[in-house]
Design a protein around this ligand. Structure first.
Ligand SMILES: C[S@@+](CC[C@H](N)C(=O)[O-])C[C@H]1O[C@@H](n2cnc3c(N)ncnc32)[C@H](O)[C@@H]1O
Length: 267
């Protein structure tokens, strides 16, 4: 989008750029910079509501805590901006900001439903609608930390926006993550070559730390429904099929959480 590399001016209820573009601040508090024909819409209302329910129940708290610890350990400074790419409802970004009282956050996502939540997720966070495969609405060399949790990311733009010494913290599923539920719905498995693909995409970066967060969680039917409805299975399963798959489960199911977090700095 032309003009977005130049600073936006905060006017009454909108952001304006020197080239004459203006972007309204939505009633819910976010600004959507995705104009014209969208290539990516992000998660729909149903998926976002399911994600919000599941995360609010605290099942991924160990993941949020690990992200906050790793940011505190490796960020170049205790202040500055944390940009959460495809940050969804802003849940993990909030945990990072709670642990870093001098940091500010920017949640970037393509989903309007997610942005509505993210705009209210934390008093020190803002939410921006943008496609993370395209140009990011962030100035060169300004982000101390970029987070990428279970979402898409464009590495060239991460390189551009990272401040000197800045780090990118990427979290994604291990093959055994939620495997009990994947079998149930014939769901989308985790690519076993994910670690190699990640290393190749970040080849210009130095890996500072890798950590695997593992837990066994016990879920009732509503929680199983939520975790399936917020993930990739939701895209190929109707509400009826999802409900039917969950209905035949025992009352409580034990499920594996296994997420790998990698912290990289531009070499
Ligand atoms: C699996 S969710 C993860 C959300 C969040 N990081 C978390 O862990 O709670 C993936 C997110 O990516 C967003 N998304 C998908 N494609 C996108 C794109 N091209 N640009 C921006 N966001 C995108 C979706 O809307 C969704 O919020």
């Amino acid at each position: 989008m032309p003009g977005l590399r130049r600073p936006l001016r905060h006017e009454v209820r909108r952001l304006a750029c020197p080239a004459g573009h203006a972007f309204d601040i939505a009633r819910h508090g976010y600004v959507n910079l995705i104009g014209g024909r969208r290539r990516h819409h992000g998660d729909d209302v149903r998926m976002v509501a399911a994600r919000e329910r599941f995360l609010a129940a605290g099942h991924y708290r160990p993941l949020s805590s690990a992200l906050a610890e790793l940011v505190a350990a490796h960020a170049p400074a205790p202040d500055g901006v944390v940009v959460d790419l495809a940050g969804g409802t802003g849940h993990h970004l909030s945990a990072v900001l709670d642990a870093g009282p001098r940091r500010y956050g920017l949640c970037v996502d393509a989903s309007t439903a997610a942005l509505r939540r993210a705009a209210r997720a934390h008093p020190r966070a803002a939410a921006i609608g943008a496609d993370v495969w395209a140009s990011l609405p962030v100035r060169d060399a300004t982000a101390g930390v970029v987070l990428s949790v279970f979402g898409p990311r464009g590495v060239a733009e991460i390189e551009r926006i990272l401040a000197p010494g800045g780090v990118v913290v990427v979290a994604g599923p291990c093959p055994e993550h939620l495997e009990e539920l994947g079998r149930l719905v014939g769901g989308v498995g985790v690519d076993p070559r994910r670690p190699e693909r990640l290393a190749a995409s970040l080849r210009r970066f130095e890996c500072l730390e890798r950590r695997t967060v593992t837990a066994r969680i016990r879920l009732g039917h509503e929680e199983v429904h939520a975790v399936l409805a917020m993930g990739p299975s939701a895209r190929h399963l109707s509400e009826d099929r999802l409900g039917a798959a969950v209905a035949v489960l025992p009352e409580r199911v034990e499920v594996t959480v296994a997420v790998e977090i990698a912290v990289h700095r531009l070499g």
